[in-house]
Write a protein that binds this ligand. Sequence first.
Ligand code: SF4
Length: 276
Amino acid sequence: MTVTQFLRDTVPALLDGFADVYRFNDVRLQARRIAGECNPMGVDNQKVAGPATHRSYPENCPPSCAHLKGHHRTGNASCMSNKGNLRKHNNKATPGWYPAAVAATACIFHAQRTYPPRKARLHVTGGLWLDGELDWQYIDCLTGTRDLDGIVTQIKRRLRLPPDTKVAFGYAHVPHGDWRNRLMDHGIHFRLSAHADDGGVITWPFDHLKVLEQHLGRRITRCPHNLRRWINCQRCRLCFLRDNNLIAFSPTLGAPRDTFDPPELARELGLIPKTT
Ligand code: SF4
């Protein structure tokens, strides 16, 4: 299967197949039946209150990720994708672009057809990488090629949505670049993981944030949910409404308390020991 065949034949077939099914479970079954394979999808992701896709860890992750490589002292990978329920979904995902693009089609379509419309969450586990390189085929599927409309444009046309509708959200551990502008132009907002600047998010213990703020000379927003559990992402929406802020998450879900992101910066600030 090539990206051209996928956009020309498979996406229209999927959208035809989804037209008469309304429950998410049926959309999921249709996706598997029509496309043959599809990555795991969740029904009610708490970040967007909508459906979510999974990709494979570690094949779809950046090889340089500190959480993938492991904690500086214990050596254990601290990534959330490797723990609990996420690990179970993740084990069922396959690394290539095709099953991820099928899942993205199903989730974006279903999220926009519910009332009120929602955003889909793209790859709760895994990322935009494939074998150490940015997965351009997956990005082409979402945004389209020179000759063919991508998943997002085909869904917007089918559901008669305004062209500027925001349809999906995700975190990507990739430096800002053309890839992000293309996705943002199509209504897919990616916040940059391990990026200590506008539009970024870092994992950093809150009691060390003042040192980091002094070092960077800028304000860092503490995730309101980490500060007060009763504020959820649906109330807050800071991650996906604005792009001119830097957000910090406190290490959670069993990640070691002194997990810093990126560790080089933490070493430079003397927050974790320098390696010899
Ligand atoms: S900053 Fe807001 S939207 Fe982002 S994770 Fe925290 S509570 Fe959720």
